[in-house]
Structures are given as structure tokens and as C-alpha cells.
Design a protein around this ligand. Structure first.
Ligand code: COA
Ligand code: ZN
Length: 315
């Protein structure tokens, strides 16, 4: 199996997760979670989004969150933006990277950002100029890259056209998002084997949702194709408010545990990460789907039952 030595995990829980929480999470608690993630060693954090407060009221405090977090040198703090207005707000707030959003399917793009794909690309061209002027990294994500909850299959040719437009407007990185967990490992392999060689110099990220328990298998397939950047969400929070059936991202601590068990370096402290997940459970007031926080890492050992212990000491 072809495995990288090192993987870069981008935490998206405070954006992809907090955006769909039914109750508004107080700004101070959002800041607390970002700071805890920083301390756990996350190299990248998608802190929030600069979108219309009418579309996503949960994240209407994006400026205050960005202003309140303690930034660690070496961690890249990003925010999601759909248009030039969002990019200007994000640049003013001092993000290190702008993550943009457009879908590979027309119907999801209309549902998510009320624009056709062509209209979105036109807006993102202006976003690219704002990012360049501000000197921040531009990473362009593509929702429904592997399937759309409204349209079904998304032909790879269509995905490739969107990638080409985004590379043309200056994207340094492309994020392929499986918005509602429709991708499978064979498809991920086929898509990456086609796209990666066609766009040399692009940094690829896979953004998975574990809606159908295929996120980690898809990440393994992507690693085998040379991809080393993965989005993940603390405790497995997450979901798109404009994609029916969407559920949480791959769980950050489950992914980090899996990578560590395979001796792949992430620079993240797993025990601290699990503690963050527990804190997020307290904040949102319900259990999270993460599994390692319940089972403990695979290095966990239990005391022998007395009856077995008696036999092993006797022999
Ligand atoms: N930040 C803050 N306000 C914004 C904004 C942004 N990035 N973009 C637009 N607005 C404001 C406009 O100023 C306008 O305000 P007004 O009504 O007070 O005049 C209002 O929002 C409508 O603007 P308009 O350009 O007509 O946008 P729209 O209503 O067609 O919505 C988006 C388009 C893209 C702004 C909106 O759909 C959106 O923010 N979507 C985000 C979706 C999302 O985050 N999905 C989950 C992540 S994948
Ligand atoms: Zn997502």
C-alpha cells in the first residue's frame, strides 16, 4: 500500500459543524474551541465562514471569532467565502487562507449560493484578485464533486471543467468535497488518477462526509493517489444546511488515530484532540459520533478478568 509519511489535516468543525447547530453557539465558546484545536497542534483550521448572515445565521460572528482567537505561528487559519464580499471581509479579518465554495452540480450550487456555476466562477474571479492583493492563499473547494443529492451522478468531465476554471482564476489548491457522502474508494481513485496529472502544481485536498461510513476508505484511496491533505471535523460534527441528507465530516480524532496507527505523522496530539471533542460535546449538549473518544485508542489495555489472571499466574 502506498502511504505518505506525513499528512496535513485541516479542522473544519467550527465552520462545517457549527454552521448547522440549531442553537447559536456563543462567540466565546467558538473562540475557545479554535484555541483548543490550535493547542492540540492542528496545522490548518477553517475557523468560520464569511457568508450572508441570512443564509447562515450561526456564523454571523465571523469577524469577532477571527479577532478573538490566539494564533500560533505555523497554523494556517482559513475561512470559507462564497463571493467577493465574503473575501473582502475575510481579508480584513486577517485570514491566512481563503477557502471558496462552488458546486460541481448546478442544482446544489443554486441551493447553496443562489448562483449558477458560471455566476459563481465570475464572483470567484474577483475573490482571486482580493486574495492576491491581500497576499493570502487561495484554496477553492468544489461541493458535490462525487455526486449530488439532487442530480445524482456528477460526470467527471463536468468536475474537470470546474477545476480548470478555478485553476485559471488563481487557485493554489483545489478541495474536492463529497458533500453528502456519496463517493466510494474506486470512484475517488478514478477521479484523482484523471485530474491530478492534468493540473500539475495544484495542491489537492479531500473533504469527506461520513454519511455512509465511506470517509476513511475514501481517504485511504486518495492517499494511494498521492493526496496528503484532508479536511476533518472534531467529533464528526458537520453537514451542509443546503444539502438534504448531509451529515458530519470524517471525525478528526478518528482520522488522526487511524493515521498514527499506520505511523503517518500529523503533528497532532491525539489525547488533546479527544479532550477537545469532549468539550465540544458539552458545548452542543449531545453526544458526537466520534468512535475513538468512546473506545479509546487501539493501544488501550484492560485488566485481565480475575479468573484468567489466576490461571496465567498459576502456569
Ligand atoms: N457576507 C455578508 N453579507 C453578504 C455576503 C457575504 N459574503 N454576500 C452577500 N451578502 C449580503 C448582501 O449584502 C445582501 O444584503 P442586504 O440584503 O442587506 O442588501 C444580501 O446578503 C443578499 O445578497 P445577494 O448578493 O443578493 O446574495 P443572495 O441572497 O443571492 O445570497 C450568498 C448569495 C452567496 C450570499 C448566500 O447564498 C450565502 O451566503 N450562501 C452561503 C452558503 C453556505 O455557507 N453554505 C454552507 C457551506 S458550503
Ligand atoms: Zn462539508
Amino acid at each position: 500500500m502506498r502511504l505518505p509519511e506525513r499528512v496535513t489535516v485541516c479542522e473544519v468543525g467550527t465552520r462545517d459543524g457549527f454552521q448547522i447547530e440549531p442553537d447559536f453557539i456563543p462567540t466565546a465558546q467558538k473562540i475557545e474551541v479554535v484555541d483548543l484545536l490550535t493547542e492540540a497542534g492542528l496545522p490548518r483550521i477553517e475557523v468560520t465562514s464569511f457568508v450572508s448572515p441570512k443564509a447562515v445565521p450561526q456564523l454571523r460572528d465571523a469577524e469577532a471569532v477571527m479577532a478573538g482567537i490566539r494564533r500560533r505561528p505555523g497554523t494556517r487559519y482559513a475561512a470559507l467565502v462564497p463571493n467577493d464580499k465574503g473575501a473582502a471581509r475575510a481579508a480584513d479579518a486577517g485570514v491566512d487562507a481563503i477557502h471558496t465554495v462552488v458546486s460541481a452540480s448546478e442544482s446544489h450550487n443554486l441551493a447553496n449560493v443562489n448562483m449558477t456555476i458560471a455566476e459563481s466562477i465570475a464572483k470567484l474571479r474577483a475573490v482571486g484578485q482580493i486574495a492576491a492583493r491581500a497576499g493570502v492563499t487561495l484554496q477553492c473547494g468544489i461541493s458535490t464533486s462525487f455526486g449530488c443529492p439532487f442530480e445524482g451522478d456528477v460526470p467527471v468531465e463536468r468536475l474537470e471543467r470546474v477545476v480548470a476554471s478555478l485553476v485559471d482564476l488563481g487557485a493554489a489548491g483545489i478541495g474536492l468535497a463529497d458533500t453528502t457522502g456519496m463517493a466510494n474508494p474506486r470512484q475517488v481513485t478514478e477521479v484523482l488518477e484523471r485530474l491530478v496529472p492534468r493540473f500539475p502544481g495544484v495542491e489537492w485536498t479531500l473533504h469527506t462526509h461520513d454519511t455512509r461510513a465511506m470517509a476513511i476508505p475514501n481517504i485511504l484511496a486518495a492517499m494511494a493517489c498521492g493526496v496528503t491533505n484532508f479536511d476533518a471535523s472534531i467529533g464528526g460534527l458537520g453537514g451542509c444546511p443546503f444539502a438534504p441528507g448531509a451529515s458530519g465530516n470524517v471525525c478528526t480524532e478518528d482520522l488522526v488515530h487511524c493515521l498514527q496507527a499506520m505511523r503517518i505523522d500529523t503533528g497532532i496530539d491525539l489525547a488533546q484532540l479527544i479532550a477537545v471533542s469532549r468539550r465540544v460535546e458539552q458545548i452542543i449538549g449531545r453526544p458526537l459520533p466520534g468512535q475513538v473518544m468512546k473506545a479509546g485508542p487501539s493501544t488501550r489495555r484492560y485488566p485481565l478478568p480475575d479468573s484468567v489472571a489466576a490461571r496465567t499466574t498459576a502456569s
